[in-house]
Design a protein around this ligand. Structure first.
Ligand code: C2E
Ligand code: MG
Ligand code: MG
Ligand code: MG
Length: 277
């Protein structure tokens, strides 16, 4: 900063700050109205059985398309929503939508397809999070086993509260998966203590599976670990045939990634599913 003759202070950072802050604030104002303006939607990406090519589960991925900012990546607006508390209404909206989608598909004869929703650690820490899940399942008459919640290792930092919540969710009957497995503060202890159903191998390990010896070794180890513990295992970020062959050889049950399909709008996903049924 520089002090001028009249005593006022000029900051060299002033311009940058007035640009960065209002932008973020404007974006927040827009995000606050995203639900009522119908700007949010879920896209769906299949998880494919690597033995028979069937789709048995689908991940719901949130999209925000804003009039001013266009398509904002989830990595940006979800972080923002976690900071300002909007993650609670937005997260509840995601669960509601996923359950509504399950009901719609069921009425069209598409049964036994599970939808996985991503849950932020902030959401998971809500003491009545199980109620949010239960309400949505009831509202749309959805079988709990068709809903899967994806949590990350960072959501599981507090052993006691995590265990209490996971037990409640398990009792409701929803499936529980650990997303981006291996990238957080992995502790084998929680695999022992928590009622988890599925491990999702992070895409950073899968990416260089053919060329990086270490990535291949870690991926194999996670697959074998899942098998020994009786858990399902899904490889994320599968983009190439060579990765499919590797994963198949290691008996990884499912793969998810651009090789099979990008995340698709609900209508497109539905067409894909109706072809299968
Ligand atoms: P994630 O849950 O690990 O989701 C996988 C991400 O990888 C998605 O990015 C997906 O589009 C992308 N992806 C899928 N296949 C491939 C592939 O073959 N190659 C590559 N390079 N990427 C692939 P997206 O949709 O941008 O979402 C990013 C993250 O945002 C998600 O990571 C998840 O952590 C978060 N997210 C998305 N939707 C929600 C939501 O409804 N709630 C919360 N709390 N988080 C969400
Ligand atoms: Mg996920
Ligand atoms: Mg992931
Ligand atoms: Mg991720």
């Amino acid at each position: 900063t520089v002090k001028k003759a009249d005593g006022s202070v000029v900051s060299f950072y002033h311009n940058e700050m007035t640009q960065a802050f209002p932008d973020k604030m404007i974006m927040e104002t827009h995000l606050r109205r995203a639900i009522e303006l119908n700007e949010l939607s879920l896209h769906y990406q299949p998880q494919v059985d690597l033995q028979n090519g069937e789709i048995s589960s689908i991940e719901a991925l949130l999209r925000w398309n804003n009039r001013k900012f266009g398509a904002v990546p989830p990595s940006e607006f979800i972080t923002m929503a976690e900071e300002n508390g909007l993650i609670h209404p937005i997260g509840a909206w995601v669960i509601d939508q996923a359950c509504q989608q399950l009901q719609t598909w069921s009425l069209q004869g598409i049964n036994n397809i599970r939808i996985a929703v991503n849950i932020s650690p902030k959401q998971f820490a809500q003491t009545d999070f199980d109620q949010v899940i239960m309400n949505a399942l009831k509202k749309y008459h959805v079988d709990a086993s068709l809903l899967e919640i994806e949590i990350t290792e960072s959501a599981m930092s507090n052993m006691n509260t995590t265990l209490i919540m996971l037990k409640k969710l398990k009792k409701i009957g929803v499936k529980i998966s650990v997303d981006d497995f291996g990238t957080g503060y992995s502790s084998l202890n929680y695999l022992r203590l928590f009622p988890i159903d599925i491990l999702k191998i992070d895409q950073s390990f899968v990416r260089e599976i053919q060329s990086e010896h270490k990535d291949a070794a870690i991926t194999k180890t996670i697959i074998h670990l899942a098998h020994s513990l009786g858990l399902e295992v899904v490889a994320e970020g599968v983009e190439e045939m060579a990765q499919v062959l590797f994963l198949r050889k290691e008996h990884c049950q499912k793969g998810q990634g651009y090789f099979f399909s990008k995340p698709l709008p609900s209508a497109e996903m539905e067409r894909k599913l109706l072809d299968i049924v």
